[in-house]
Structure formats: C-alpha cells, structure tokens
Design a protein around this ligand. Structure first.
Ligand code: FAQ
Length: 327
C-alpha cells in the first residue's frame, strides 16, 4: 500500500501525510468517498480522467447507431433503437454530473474532448456498415461495456458508483436487444446470416480492445485498482468477456474470427488471440477509420447549439433580473 501511495503522490514514504494514509485505509475498508471529503489530488484527477472519458464514450457512442435510426427495417426496430440511443445520451449526462462533483464543469470536459486532449472509447471509431452491425454493437459493444461496468458499481467514489448502478440496468437491456437482432439475422436468409457473420468478423477485435491495453502495458491499472477506481485489470475482464461471448456465438451458429480460439481446461477459460495492439494505438492517436468523422460531428453539434445555450443564459438572466425587480 505504501509503495503505491508513494508513487501516486510523488512523495517519499516519510513524506506521506496522515491524510494520505487514512484515505487509503478508508478505501481498504470499502468505504465510499463522497464529493466534499478530502481526497488525494491524484485520486481526483484519475477519476476526472476516467469518468470524463466514460461520459464522452457514451455521447460519441450514439453516432454509429444514430446513423441507422432512419434505416431500421421496421417501425418496432426503429422505436427500440431510438430508445437505446437516447439511453446513451442519458448515461453521458449522469456521468458528466458525477464528474462535476469533482470540480470540473461539463463545458470544460467537452472543450477537452473537442480539442482532442481527452479520449473516448476506441470502439466508436469503427464504422457501422449494415443493419447486422446494430445487432453486433448491442451484443458485443454493450456486452463488453457491461462486463466492465458491473464491477464499477462497487467503485470507491460514491457519485460514480451510483451512476453506474443506474447505467447497468439499462445496458443489460441494450445487450439483449442486440442479441435479439443477431438471432433474427443468424436464423434468417443465407444473406442475412452472411451479414451477421461479417458484423462479428469486423467488430470482434475492436470489442476486445475496449478493455484497454494488456496488463503489462496498462499505465493506470495498478494505482486505479489500489484506489478501487477500477475493480479488475484489463486482461481479467477481457478474459471474462471472451468466456461469456463464445458460447453465445456458438448458439447463433456463427464463428468467432480467431483460429487460435480454444477451450483451456486447466485455466477454465478460452485461449484466444490478442487484438492488433498497433491498430489500437493508431486509433487512440486519431488515425482510426472514423476518428475525424466522429469528432467532427460532435464539434459541429456543439457549434450548432451555441445559439440555444446563449438563449437559455439570456432567459435565465432576464428571469433573475425580474425576480430582483419584484422584491
Ligand atoms: N479506448 O492504463 P490504461 C460504452 C487509454 S462505454 C480509448 O489501461 P485505464 C457504452 C487510457 O485512457 C465505453 N482509450 O487506462 C456504449 C489511457 O490513456 P490516458 C467506455 C483507451 O483508464 C455502448 C491509456 O489508454 N467505458 O461503450 C482505451 O486504467 C454502446 C492506457 O490505458 C469506460 O470508459 C480504449 N478502449 O483503463 C455507448 C469504462 N483503453 O488516459 C454507446 C470506464 C485504454 O492516460 C453504444 N473506464 N485507453 O491518455 C475504464 O474502465 C478504464 O478507463 C479503461 C482503461 C478500462 C477503459
């Protein structure tokens, strides 16, 4: 514990304050940390980075699916997809609110997203080419998101943990709606089954990348796990995701695009190929297939909404002035 505290706060062991030590003891006892309470600066910054990145992912994550709302094959599918995309907007808002309790405004976070200073999940830089991709996104992307987010319900920061409880309830519905689309496609015409397989082929490895780099290359995992900002390592969750998803693919009669996929009796899980990490880092650097398009769409939405934000501020000022005049 002390070694980790020394590293995170850039202090020698002798320099650790009683607050630093008492804080870590609270975390170790499983207590929740609440907004107004003392916290190390590194803890606050790590939370802002992770919650902010998570919020941005929910908002940017609307784009690949929003793209299909007008092209959904039936009215029922359109309603379901519309509701799902709206849910993602709500998740983004809960998370921006959680981040605001740490002393950063939503506008500041958005500015960092728009300037490229803050990241969002790599997965949303891949295109959604056919209707089957709506199935694969729900099944795989929301499936991976839940695998990561269910443990985060127990994260040490109160507002983040409470936001995750609400988000997870909705995400499990999202995963099921995606799987329902996959079932329809995989048991449909040969062309539909081919589309379902193609969606799995394209989205499998990008979904594995959602869990972050392998543990040996993860910069933040050790510290974040000591602070219970993260509950599991990237590789642990990736393994759980593969173990859960492979039988689901088999049930659909689809093939996971990995020739090395094999059940390993000894470890009680599948052996599988790592994603192409060079591709992952290229996507993080802004060179994925859709980075420019996604960020461009968000910046345009922000700029197009300026008149509305200005009008709301002008209206609030007028109302406040009227209230003062009436006193
Ligand atoms: N994409 O040291 P680590 C969703 C960065 S929600 C982009 O391992 P950490 C819902 C990382 O930031 C999906 N960047 O980092 C939905 C760091 O860079 P930095 C989002 C990534 O934070 C579904 C560097 O690499 N979920 O999908 C990625 O300990 C459908 C080193 O990595 C969350 O955000 C990546 N995949 O672990 C919406 C969950 N992976 O910041 C619409 C909360 C890593 O130093 C439709 N977040 N990086 O410049 C987490 O659990 C963690 O932040 C990880 C990364 C696990 C994502």
């Amino acid at each position: 514990m002390y070694a980790q505290l020394v590293k995170s706060e850039g202090k020698s062991q002798a320099e650790l304050t009683p607050e630093d030590i008492a804080f870590q003891e609270r975390i170790d006892r499983g207590e929740k940390i609440e907004p107004k309470e003392w916290m190390p600066e590194g803890y606050r910054k790590t939370l802002i980075r992770q919650i902010g990145q998570h919020a941005h992912s929910e908002i940017v994550g609307q784009l690949p699916e929003g793209n299909w709302i007008t092209r959904a094959p039936t009215l029922e599918r359109k309603q379901i997809l519309l509701a799902k995309v709206q849910d993602e907007a709500g998740h983004g808002l809960y998370l921006y609110c959680a981040a605001e309790t740490l002393g950063v405004s939503r506008d500041q976070l958005l500015e960092k997203l728009h300037s490229g200073e803050m990241k969002y999940s790599s997965i949303f830089n891949y295109p959604t080419l056919t209707w089957a991709d709506m199935g694969a996104v729900g099944w795989l992307v929301d499936g991976a998101a839940i695998m990561n987010q269910v443990p985060l319900q127990r994260t040490s920061y109160g507002p983040y943990s409470r936001a995750m409880i609400r988000i997870c309830k909705e995400e499990s519905f999202h995963q099921r709606q995606g799987y329902a689309i996959m079932m329809k496609m995989a048991t449909g015409t040969p062309e539909q089954k081919r589309m379902a397989q193609d969606a799995l082929n394209r989205l499998w490895y990008p979904s594995l990348m959602m869990f972050g780099p392998s543990d040996k290359d993860s910069v933040h995992s050790v510290q974040s796990m000591a602070w219970k900002i993260k509950m599991n390592s990237n590789d642990e969750l990736r393994q759980k995701f593969v173990d859960q998803t492979v039988p689901q693919a088999e049930y659909l009669g689809l093939t996971v695009p990995d020739p090395n996929l094999k059940w390993n009796e000894e470890k009680g899980g599948y052996d599988f190929s790592e994603p192409d990490w060079d591709e992952f880092y290229q996507v993080l650097k802004g060179n994925g297939p859709c980075n420019k398009e996604r960020l461009g769409a968000r910046v345009k939405a922000w700029e197009d909404g300026a008149w509305y934000r200005d009008a709301m501020v002008a209206h609030a000022k007028k109302k406040a002035a009227r209230a003062v005049a009436a006193e």
